[in-house]
Design a protein around this ligand. Structure first.
Ligand code: G4P
Length: 292
């Protein structure tokens, strides 16, 4: 079974983004650095084709730095695209964003041709956090200046630099099952859309292959990395549940509770900084998904 995710109606959002993009110089696409490929909505590429794009890999503090570097290189090699990694603890992201946009649209800037930037991202990717940080900085700087226009959807980052929020809701779109599981593990899709045990199995399948040392450091099962790689996910969940006291009656492990515990540990960074997909893996999933 894959993730049963039926997002809200995208028709209006699609139309609104399509309209707005006509007056936009650069599109900022916010992605979750732990799952950059899966947290992108494929609709964006279609609606913004041709527009210079800044990919912001947010939550980099939660992601594997080596894999973030791979994703940055992957996006930076694409035409008309630049990528930067950010996190909420970065209190001055505006400079990096402004610089990257000027690099992408060098002819824009100045009062006559101000830079117009649209910021998009699926829910939970950190868009409000970033917008609030940017707003806060600007408000602190220009709070008592007259004439600073700031409507709900338009934020002036500088006198000649306007940031527009996405009109409508950009839901994640699950193109391949692997993306669905990664989105579910990250918390980007609703709880009703997935089965925790299934998501925990898929999560452990990735972790035992790529991050066995982190699993051992967290759960202390006394196993070497190769032993994790060889273990079946169900057996691992059971061992973790037993170790952490997720028990049902009769000394049995409560597998549901154990699965929830692993997912919660991943989300809370208790297992460590993890990125669930590399550009190469994601490319492979997409190829296989499109063929089938
Ligand atoms: P959205 O507008 O795209 O839906 O996302 P939002 O900013 O609401 O962020 C979703 C969650 O992700 C929030 O946590 C927020 O604090 C967290 N977050 C955003 N950016 C970062 C980041 O760069 N690093 C980390 N570690 N977390 C980030 P929450 O638990 O939903 O709320 P709260 O903890 O802020 O109360």
């Amino acid at each position: 079974m894959s993730i049963q995710w039926f997002p809200g109606h995208m028709h209006l959002t699609r139309k609104a983004i399509g309209e707005r993009v006509k007056e936009i110089d650069v599109v900022i696409e916010m992605l979750d650095a732990r799952l950059p490929g899966s947290s992108a909505n494929p609709l964006m590429a279609e609606l913004t084709s041709g527009r210079p794009t800044l990919k912001v890999l947010n939550k980099q503090d939660m992601a594997d730095p080596a894999r973030t570097a791979l994703w940055l290189a992957h996006y930076n090699a694409q035409p008309n695209t630049q990528a930067i990694a950010l996190d909420a603890s970065n209190t001055a992201p505006a400079r990096a964003i402004i610089d990257a946009c000027h690099h992408l649209a060098p002819r824009r800037g100045g009062m006559v041709k101000p830079m117009r930037v649209l910021i998009c991202g699926i829910p939970n990717v950190g868009k409000s956090t970033l917008i609030n940080t940017l707003k806060g900085k600007r408000a602190a700087k220009t709070g008592d200046e007259a004439g600073v226009t700031r409507t709900e959807s338009r934020i002036a980052l500088a006198d000649d630099f306007y940031l527009y929020d996405t009109p409508g809701m950009l839901w994640p779109r699950i193109v391949v099952p692997e993306s669905g599981f990664n989105l579910a593990a990250s918390g980007a899709v609703g709880k009703n859309a997935y089965d925790e045990q299934e998501v925990a199995y898929e999560l452990l399948a990735l972790l035992k292959a790529d991050y066995p040392a982190l699993l051992e450091a967290r759960y202390k099962l006394g196993r070497a990395p190769e032993a994790y790689a060889q273990a079946h996910e169900e057996e691992l969940i059971e061992a973790i549940g037993r170790q952490r006291g997720a028990l049902a009656g009769g000394g049995k492990v409560n597998m549901q509770k154990a699965a929830e515990l692993v997912i919660a540990d991943f989300r809370a960074l208790h297992i460590g900084r993890i990125t669930l997909e590399t550009p190469e893996q994601f490319g492979r999933w997409m190829k296989a998904g499109l063929k089938s």
